[in-house]
Structure formats: C-alpha cells, structure tokens
Design a protein around this ligand. Structure first.
Ligand code: NAP
Length: 289
C-alpha cells in the first residue's frame, strides 16, 4: 500500500506556526493580491488565499481589475502598493490575459514585497543556487510536503514533468539546489513513460486530468502530483468550492503501483497556499532585520 502524502494535516501544522509568527509582529500583516480578469481557476486560488489569510490573522486585500485594464494602470497600482508601508506583500495572480506581459509586470513588484518570489531578483538567486532564497510558493510547497514525510531528495533521481516558469522550472531548480539529479520533461519529450520510470521521485505539473496512468510508473517510486484540473462527470471527483477537481495522475490506479503518492485535491494545493504565507512572513521578518 502506498503512503498517501496528504497536505492538509501538514498545512494545519504550518498554520499553527504562521499564527505564532503573525502574533509576534507589532503591526497588522497585509498581503495585496492583484487579479486581472475573472478566470474561474484564479477566483478559486484567490479565495483560498483569502481564507487562509483570515485564519492566520493576515489581512488579504484583493484588487480585482477588468481584463481590458491598461498595463500602465496595473503598474501604477503595483507602485503604490510598493510604497504603501501598511502592505507587506504584493502578488499578481497568474495567468494574466495574453495581451499583458507578465515579466514586465512582475518586475514592477519590489523584491522586498515579492511574496511569490517571481521577480527577476528572486529567480536569479534561485538560478544561482542560493539555498536561502525565497522559493515560488508551489516549489516551496512541494519541498515542504516531501520534508514532512521524510523523503530526502539529495542524490535522488527526480523527473519533473512540466517546464512552466511558474511551476515546473522553479520546482526543478529548487530540487537541484537540494542536490537532486533532475530531468525536466515537457510536451515534446519522447518516450515520457520510459523516462518517468527511471526516477526515484516523479513530480508532475502539466495540467492534464489523469494523464499519468499506471504505465508511467514502477514499484518503489514517490509521485507528487501538482496538477489541479477540472474533470466533470467522473466518479473520482471531489468537490472543492463548487468545482470538481482531479490531478494529473490517475490517483486510484497509480496508488496501487508506487510507494508514495500525493492526492489531488488535498496534496500539494494546501501546501502551496501555506507556503505563500511563509514567504510573506519571511519577507516581513527579513525587512525588519
Ligand atoms: P502550464 O503553464 O500550462 O504548463 C504546462 C507544462 O506541462 C508545459 O511545460 C507543457 O510543456 C507541459 N505539458 C503539457 N502537456 C504535456 C504532455 N502531454 N506531456 C508532457 N508535458 C506536457 O501549466 P502550469 O501553470 O505549470 O500548471 C501545471 C498544473 O499545475 C496545472 O494543473 C495547474 O492548475 C497546477 N498548479 C497547481 C498548483 C498547486 O498548488 N498544486 C499551483 C500552480 C499550478 P510545453 O512547455 O512543451 O508546452
């Protein structure tokens, strides 16, 4: 029987620690989320961040802008949040509408308030192998999940499937900085199932519901499923916030093959939200020092 890498109980422990850190501050911590447009995925993620913020005592201020908003207007909002001493973190909910240049906007965020660690400043540090740098929340969440279950990555062969700048690449770099031997796969990779089988740990983030069937795995592997997908009409669905969600892995099938596997929902997702707030508190504490 595979060990199920549940994120929820770990998130509970992270929340307790976050509450202590928030209480220790002499001011009210605040995170600003800028959302452009009205994607249902983004609405769900923003809602989860607001909920967790409320639970740990961080005020989360949601700036919802229409998808037609001009880039200059968004930059002005970011700059005003950068200059606002009562705001400690600023995040841009991704993806943005295709007409907007996400790197240009991300780089308008002050690195001192970059709670998602996606500005060039933090990305460069990650690339350089700086082990103390802030990690993008999903990468931090994946590492925290592995740590919580005492799964060491040092010296292990890890295959990451997905190479987005938001998810796949930061996870791969974070693992490399922890001395894993990392292979990155993507949509043009051939013989993907042969490559995933070579790994000790397989981390998938492609956004395709139940793409990874048992044929991609072998006994003894650890599987971390980052994917969160809507899959209406399936028996395995679980409802979260009114939406039916499944991972990139065919969980029910693969759990019979491997030695450990994270579920979706309830695996990496809760870790990611808590990791965002850990980043925020890290920034606040570093800026105070
Ligand atoms: P994305 O920007 O669409 O990137 C998907 C990546 O998967 C791309 O690199 C793509 O390759 C690769 N890919 C697509 N189809 C593939 C295939 N058949 N075989 C191999 N690789 C394939 O998505 P993302 O933002 O990285 O998100 C990925 C998933 O993670 C989504 O389900 C998203 O909802 C989820 N997510 C979860 C969390 C969490 O906290 N759990 C956080 C963020 C995102 P190419 O580069 O070649 O196109």
């Amino acid at each position: 029987m595979a060990t199920i890498l549940f994120g929820k109980p770990i998130q509970e422990k992270m929340k307790e620690r976050l509450v202590e850190r928030v209480k220790a501050l002499s001011f009210a911590a605040s995170l600003a989320i800028i959302q452009i447009g009205n994607l249902s995925d983004s609405n769900t993620y923003v809602r989860q961040k607001k909920l967790l913020g409320e639970k740990i005592g961080v005020s989360v201020v949601h700036h919802a802008l229409p998808k037609e908003v001009k880039i200059e207007e968004i930059k002005m909002l970011i700059q005003s949040l950068n200059n606002d001493k009562s705001v400690h973190g600023v995040i841009l909910q991704l993806p943005l509408p295709p007409s907007l240049d996400s790197s240009e906007l991300l780089d308008t965020i002050s690195p001192r308030k970059d709670a998602d660690a996606l500005t060039s400043y933090h990305v460069k540090r990650l690339l350089e192998g700086n082990k103390k740098t802030l990690l993008p929340a999903t990468a931090r969440g994946v590492l925290a999940l592995l740590d919580a279950y005492n799964i060491s990555v040092s010296g292990k062969r890890v295959v990451v499937v997905g190479r987005s700048a938001l998810v796949g690449k930061p996870i791969a770099l974070a693992l490399l900085n922890r001395d894993a031997t990392v292979t990155i796969c993507h949509s043009k990779t051939t013989n993907l199932d042969d490559i995933t089988k070579t790994a000790d740990i397989v981390i998938v983030a492609i956004g395709k519901p139940r793409f990874f069937t048992r044929n991609f795995f072998r006994e003894g592997q650890v599987v971390v499923d980052v994917g969160i997908n809507e899959a209406p009409g399936s028996k395995l669905e679980e409802e979260i916030g009114g939406r039916m969600l499944v991972g990139d892995v065919y969980f029910e099938e693969v759990k019979g093959v491997v030695s450990a596997i994270s579920p979706t929902p309830g695996g990496v997702g809760p870790m990611t939200v808590a990791s965002l707030f850990e980043n925020l508190l890290d920034l606040i504490e570093a800026n105070q020092a």
